[in-house]
Ligand binder design. Structure first.
Ligand SMILES: [Fe+2]
Length: 200
């Protein structure tokens, strides 16, 4: 896909930062991008891609994560988000597979998660937020100190990070066909590997 080469994670991150004042919303985009990217790398491995192809695929996944909420601060209502952002990206010529994933991450959009990228983005979104919440209650506030078992325990604690929908985390793992524990482990590792970037 030619258009893919013209659009990079650098540009996606720049757009996210340009449209978003809130530091935590920027960090959310960065975190979801790393979780989603990790599934791109796994998919590339499954497909037996070369290193170059795999890096390209992972970047598409990362871009979807970076851009999935980039319009949210300016256009937070379900009437506008993510439709305004997708329209803007389409005019710019971003790949349709990224736009489809962004639409599918909002359940009310009427676009269902179909591709592996759609599912990876949906699955990374709610979990990245929950993992961030798990890190921030550690005395160190470090994602390095978060463990899968602790995350599972906190998922059962209804009072903890109430805004995070547990059913979306479960549905994400189910969509990807990955056991919940493994899904938590995958995203946790992805965020730990980029802890510095995420400020965690
Ligand atoms: Fe999000």
């Amino acid at each position: 896909m030619r258009s893919q080469e013209r659009f990079s994670a650098v540009q996606a991150e720049a757009l996210l930062r340009e449209w978003t004042q809130s530091a935590s919303l920027v960090k959310h985009g960065l975190a979801v991008a790393r979780c989603t990217e990790s599934y791109g790398l796994r998919e590339a491995q499954r497909l037996g891609m070369s290193a170059e192809e795999s890096a390209r695929l992972a970047e598409v996944y990362r871009c979807a994560g970076l851009l999935h909420d980039f319009d949210y601060e300016r256009h937070p209502t379900p009437e506008e988000h993510p439709f305004v952002g997708v329209k803007f990206l389409r005019v710019q010529g971003w790949p349709e597979e990224i736009l489809h994933a962004i639409l599918a991450h909002a359940e009310y959009s009427g676009v269902a998660p179909e591709s592996h990228l759609d599912k990876a983005l949906f699955a990374g979104d709610e979990l990245a937020g929950f993992l961030t919440a798990c890190a921030l209650v550690k005395p160190s506030r470090a994602i390095a100190d978060v463990e899968v078992a602790g995350v599972e325990k906190k998922m059962k604690d209804k009072a903890f990070a109430r805004a995070v929908k547990r059913e979306d985390i479960l549905r994400g793992a189910e969509l990807l066909g990955v056991p919940l524990q493994e899904h938590i482990g995958n995203c946790l590792r992805a965020m730990q590997e980029h802890a510095q970037e995420l400020g965690l």
